[in-house]
Design a protein around this ligand. Structure first.
Ligand SMILES: [Zn+2]
Length: 265
C-alpha cells in the first residue's frame, strides 16, 4: 500500500520532539508522501522549510486558515504568492470558512477566502479548503470565483448529505479523515462516503488531530500521526465495500493528479 497523506500538520508543536521518528514510521507504514498543512504565513513558511529536509517526501501548502483571517494584512497575499513560487508548495490553503468556532469575524473570513481563491486561480494551483458549518457562504465564494473544479479539495469533509451533494455536483475532490472511525459522531459519514466517486476521493490524517477512535492499541499520548493513514483507508474501504489496496491505489493516483507538483512518485 502506497499512500499520500494530503493533510498533516507536521509543524505542530506536539511533533517537535520526535518529528523524524514520526516521518520514519509513516514511511514504514506505506505513507510515502505527506503534504504539510500551512495555516498562516508563518506556518506555511515552516511547512515549506520542513519539506526542504525531505525532498520528494514532504510537501507544503501555503495559506491562511479562516481562524487566522483576522490577522491578515496587505502583505499576506504577496507573502503567499512568493511561497507558492517554490515547487514544494503544492496548493494554496488551508483556507476557507469556519462558522463553527468563529475565531475571525465572518465577513473577514469571507474576504480572505475570496482573495486566496483568486490567488490560486492566478497561479493555476489547487486549493486545499476548510469548511465547517459554512457551506452556503463557502459555495457563494466558489461559485463567484469559479476555480476549475478538479483543482478544488474540500479537506476533512464532515458535513451532511445535501452539502456533499453540492460539492460532488460541482466536481470537487473530497478529503476524508479518521473522523469516519468515530462510532458516534462519524456515523453519518460512513454512509455518505459511498456516494463519493472513486476518482474524487482523497485521504488524510489531519495529524496530530482526529486520532481514529477505534485504533488498538490506542496511542499513549492520544496523538494522531501519518502512520495511522492505512487504518483510515481500511475503514473507508470497509464502508464502501471495496478492497483497501485498490482504494489506496486510487486515492494515491488521485492525489498525484490533483496536486501535480507531487510528481509521479
Ligand atoms: Zn481544516
Amino acid at each position: 500500500m502506497e499512500l499520500v497523506d494530503i493533510g498533516v500538520n507536521l509543524g505542530h508543536r506536539s511533533f517537535a520532539a520526535d518529528r523524524e521518528a514520526v516521518i520514519e514510521r509513516a514511511l514504514k507504514s506505506g505513507v510515502r508522501t505527506m503534504i504539510c498543512t500551512g495555516t498562516n504565513v508563518r506556518g506555511s513558511q515552516e511547512a515549506l522549510a520542513l519539506s526542504g529536509r525531505r525532498p520528494g517526501v514532504l510537501f507544503a501548502t501555503a495559506g491562511v486558515h479562516p481562524h487566522d483571517a483576522a490577522r491578515c494584512d496587505n502583505t499576506t497575499i504577496a507573502a503567499l504568492r512568493s511561497l507558492a513560487a517554490r515547487p514544494a508548495v503544492v496548493a494554496i490553503g488551508e483556507c476557507g470558512l469556519d462558522f463553527n468556532r468563529d475565531f475571525s469575524p465572518r465577513p473577514v473570513q469571507v474576504e480572505w477566502f475570496r482573495r486566496q481563491v483568486a490567488l490560486a486561480k492566478e497561479l493555476e494551483l489547487p486549493l486545499f479548503l476548510h469548511e465547517r458549518d459554512a457551506a452556503a457562504a463557502f459555495l457563494e465564494v466558489l461559485d463567484a470565483e469559479r476555480p476549475a473544479p478538479e483543482t478544488v479539495v474540500v479537506h476533512c469533509f464532515t458535513g451532511d448529505a445535501p452539502t456533499l451533494q453540492q460539492y460532488l455536483r460541482r466536481g470537487y475532490n473530497i478529503g476524508i479523515t479518521g473522523w469516519i472511525c468515530d462510532e458516534r459522531r462519524g456515523q453519518h459519514l460512513r454512509a455518505l462516503v459511498k456516494q463519493i466517486d472513486r476518482t474524487r476521493l482523497l485521504v488524510e490524517t489531519d495529524a496530530p488531530f482526529l486520532t481514529p477512535r477505534d485504533l488498538r492499541p490506542k496511542p499513549a499520548d492520544g496523538r494522531n500521526e501519518p502512520a495511522f493513514l492505512p487504518h483510515v483507508v481500511h475503514a473507508i474501504a470497509a464502508c464502501r465495500g471495496e478492497a483497501a489496496v485498490e482504494l489506496a491505489a486510487a486515492t494515491t493516483a488521485n492525489a498525484r493528479r490533483v496536486f501535480p507538483r507531487l510528481g509521479s512518485g
